[in-house]
Design a protein around this ligand. Sequence first.
Ligand SMILES: [Zn+2]
Length: 185
Amino acid sequence: MQIDELNAKLAPFKIFKGIESDILNDGSLDYSDDILKTFDFVVASVHSNLRMDQEKATARLIKAIENPYTTILGHPTGRLLLSRKGYEIDYKKVIDACAANKVVIEINANPLRLDLDWRWHRYALEKGVLLTINPDAHRKEGFHDMQYGVKVARKGGLTATKCLNAFTLNEISSYFEQKSTANLI
Ligand SMILES: [Zn+2]
């Protein structure tokens, strides 16, 4: 695989293999376990059927959070600021499920998303949930959105020790490994 070749050539620089997997209507992921297990990390997010009541949306997310291959829950409410409210979720139940399953929650840095909402960062941190600031870049310029994610995460109370992005290579490697060894048990 190309990433393996690059990692061999560029070591100790390391490219992790990751994917954003769709959370389907019933909460399952759109890739089979055989594919999911080939990644270092999997971001699970909802991109379809966004009109759900709170109970359905919460159950759908929790099922995805309980999937052993889910590393990160992406943009938890699907909101687009100024245009789409996003589905209602029971934040506490979703965050508690992330704590129980060691799933990291994304702070999506796209200025139209900023989802997980900053008002819930502190609750997540109190529950021991790690947060990660992701640019959701669809092209190279998208990486510049990181500044909005960092600002909103600071506003929410996130510090470097609880921010997955700020982990060292060793810390992040062992975090991913821990999660995938847990899958084998
Ligand atoms: Zn997405």
